[in-house]
Design a protein around this ligand. Structure first.
Ligand SMILES: Cc1cc2nc3c(=O)[nH]c(=O)nc-3n(C[C@H](O)[C@H](O)[C@H](O)COP(=O)(O)O)c2cc1C
Length: 189
């Protein structure tokens, strides 16, 4: 088996809850980002935006954006909810937000452009995991919030968050989860 297939057949996400921030080396971040851009993209439209949130920006985004928006939509939040909403991004060292930003095109349907943003997420996730980092693809409620999309530089009217890829350090190796039975999902025509 090739090394890549061996990695792909064993890799496992580590949930944000189970990771600690750790330290993502700057050269690894560059590798992860550059690899993430090498995705299939019909017509080369580059229908995505990639935003890196790390260092002090995580706390700022947590408190000034996520918590602020949470409070605007939830009256009387409990102290526990405030704790959760004010520290979401600080579960990881680096969060890479991938925004699907499609445009009208005479030949390339929007659907294909959206798929390309998903490919960016997958590739970033796998790149980070291949370097031994803990990583998870997350959306959570704030992915679907228009104020948060605009704070990330997206167009809240049409852009969508494809995912936040959380990257940190493994506390321990995750257990395998139940994987689909190929016979239930694959057929031959
Ligand atoms: C688009 C998308 C959004 C997701 N959002 C969340 C989320 O908000 N919270 C969560 O716990 N898992 C979410 N997941 C699933 C996690 O990434 C999950 O840990 C993953 O399925 C683990 O599988 P793996 O080990 O095969 O990578 C999402 C997955 C996808 C594809």
């Amino acid at each position: 088996m090739s090394k890549i297939l061996e990695f792909l057949s064993k890799r496992r996400s580590v949930t944000a809850k189970m990771m600690s921030p750790g330290h993502l080396k700057i050269e690894d971040l560059k590798l992860i980002l550059n690899t993430g851009l090498r995705v299939p993209d019909h017509g080369g439209l580059k229908p995505w935006k990639i935003i890196v949130i790390n260092g002090d920006s995580r706390k700022k985004f947590d408190e000034d954006v996520i918590l602020k928006e949470y409070k605007a939509n939830n009256t009387n939040p409990t102290p526990n909810m405030i704790k959760i909403e004010s520290s979401r991004l600080q579960r990881a060292d680096t969060i890479i937000a991938v925004i699907s930003s499609t445009r009208e095109h005479p030949k390339i349907p929007e659907w294909e452009q959206v798929l390309s943003a998903g490919a960016v997420c997958t590739t970033i996730l796998y790149a980070a995991q291949s370097l031994g980092y803990a990583a998870q693809w997350i959306t959570e409620w704030y992915a679907y919030n228009t104020y948060i999309i605009s704070e990330l530089g997206g167009n809240p009217i049409k852009d969508k968050v494809a995912g936040f890829i959380y990257i940190g350090e493994k506390n321990k190796n995750p257990k395998e989860r139940v994987r689909p039975n190929p016979d239930d999902h694959i057929s031959y025509y």
